[in-house]
Write a protein that binds this ligand. Structure first.
Ligand SMILES: NC(=O)c1ccc[n+]([C@@H]2O[C@H](COP(=O)([O-])OP(=O)(O)OC[C@H]3O[C@@H](n4cnc5c(N)ncnc54)[C@H](O)[C@@H]3O)[C@@H](O)[C@H]2O)c1
Length: 397
């Protein structure tokens, strides 16, 4: 018997996250300098713009085209095609025809491996564009300009891109690290309140598992966050982005189960169940509410901590008793998540102390779902007294 050949390799990736305003203004040198530093003469670019953003900021697609076709940049960098405006939101991750159209554009324009794919939009559009970038010629260079609170604070920094398959959320997933990320605050100015609120859920999640002090800050500023106070939102995004980067920066061996999956088993199922009617951040908020309530019942998360999480969710305007919870089949959701997530669930015995467990008691979790549905969510002491309060609620019904 001959000894087997061995191979070991490490995949290194390094990227910068910039914070700016008016990235496509000729007066702002950031994008120009970044592209020139990482391009050769005649490098091609393809820009994909989120249709929701383009509609809300009508001059944007024209500004982007002008930015690349006039001035110094045009001598070194060539748009292969006019900016492609694609309908954003979850629907763009469901549509294989869209994927096909994008590949067709790149093939027809002979876009080569050295090209930059520049994606401007929400987390869903960034996922679609990232998937295309990662799979075309084995990987184009990817520049992300996230345009939502959620994407600037978390999704835009991730190393993967996912698409849905036949109603299964994020079933197709690939490694798609960005070459750079530019967070432009001016994009957020047209974001509807619902999207802004949904985006806070990912910041809350990283705060709960990684930095109780950040959670206290979010709690203290909850009313400013709910109002959409610009400075409070940008401060939150910067801190969330820093924490996400720290976590994804850990070597795979040290990373272990991903604490950012708190609430994810329920969020995934609820997004699939509602076919995208419940937005990603809203589903994450419901998942957090359930796992926090369960952690209080089963793992000793204190009542003041539990109550504070619910006060924050309610102040932000999340519907913690959303009717979609009535369709949450706990055993099925837990089983589906095992396929997707790889065996562990994340719970929270204390703020900043995530714990990976291999089993969640489906009966206790189903009672937590019942409690959210049937107990007045503002009656937090009752919510925490789960069993007794559920009994009272049933007697009243
Ligand atoms: N790749 C990852 O690791 C990762 C991580 C977290 C989330 N995600 C994905 O991110 C998606 C959610 O992203 P999201 O919360 O950014 O929402 P989204 O991308 O679904 O966008 C929400 C809506 O806002 C519109 N929009 C975007 N920017 C706008 C702006 N500035 N002004 C006005 N309208 C605007 C979009 O067109 C869309 O209609 C989910 O599909 C989720 O799975 C991916």
């Amino acid at each position: 018997m001959t000894r087997p050949l061995q191979h070991e390799c490490r995949i290194e990736c390094r990227f910068e996250v910039h914070f700016t305003r008016y990235a496509f203004s000729p007066a702002n040198p950031l994008l120009h300098d970044l592209l020139l530093e990482h391009s050769e003469n005649g490098t091609q670019g393809v820009v994909i713009v989120d249709g929701g953003l383009a509609q809300a900021q009508p001059g944007l697609a024209g500004d982007i085209e002008a930015y690349f076709t006039s001035g110094d940049l045009a001598r070194h960098f060539r748009l292969a095609v006019r900016p492609l405006v694609i309908s954003g939101g979850e629907a763009c991750k469901n549509d294989p025809a869209l994927l096909e159209q994008l590949y067709a554009q790149l093939a027809e324009r002979h876009v080569g491996r050295q090209a930059w794919l520049i994606a401007v939009g929400g987390g869903a559009l960034l996922d679609l564009a990232g998937y295309v970038a990662a799979t075309t010629h084995g990987g184009l260079r990817l520049l992300r300009l996230p345009s939502t609170v959620l994407a600037q604070g978390s999704a835009g920094l991730e190393l993967t891109a996912s698409l849905n398959f036949h109603g299964r959320k994020d079933f197709m997933r690939c490694f798609a690290p960005p070459g750079a990320v530019i967070n432009d605050e001016t994009f957020l100015r047209s974001l509807p309140e619902r999207e802004r609120r949904a985006g806070i859920a990912e910041a809350l999640r990283v705060a709960l598992v990684d930095e109780p002090d950040f959670f206290q800050q979010l709690y203290a500023r909850r009313h400013a966050l709910a109002r959409g106070d610009r400075q409070t939102i940008t401060d939150m995004i910067a801190r969330s982005a820093r924490l996400h980067l720290r976590r994804i920066g850990l070597p795979a061996t040290e990373r272990g189960p991903n604490p950012l999956e708190l609430g994810q088993w329920a969020a995934l199922y609820l997004e699939e169940l509602t076919n995208g009617a419940l937005h990603h951040g809203e589903a994450v908020a419901l998942g957090i509410a359930l796992d926090v309530l369960y952690s209080h019942q089963a793992l000793g998360l204190t009542q003041p901590e539990t109550t504070a999480v619910f006060e924050l969710l309610l102040a932000l305007g999340f519907e913690v008793n959303h009717s979609a919870l009535a369709g949450l089949d706990v055993p099925a959701a837990l089983a589906t998540y095992r396929e997707h997530g790889g065996g562990c669930y994340i719970l929270l015995p204390g703020l900043g102390e995530p714990r990976a467990v291999t089993r969640i008691d489906p009966r206790l979790m189903a009672r937590c779902v019942d409690a959210l549905l049937h107990i007045d969510p503002h009656d937090l002491p009752a919510l925490c007294r789960l069993e007794a309060a559920l009994g009272e609620a049933r007697r009243r019904a």
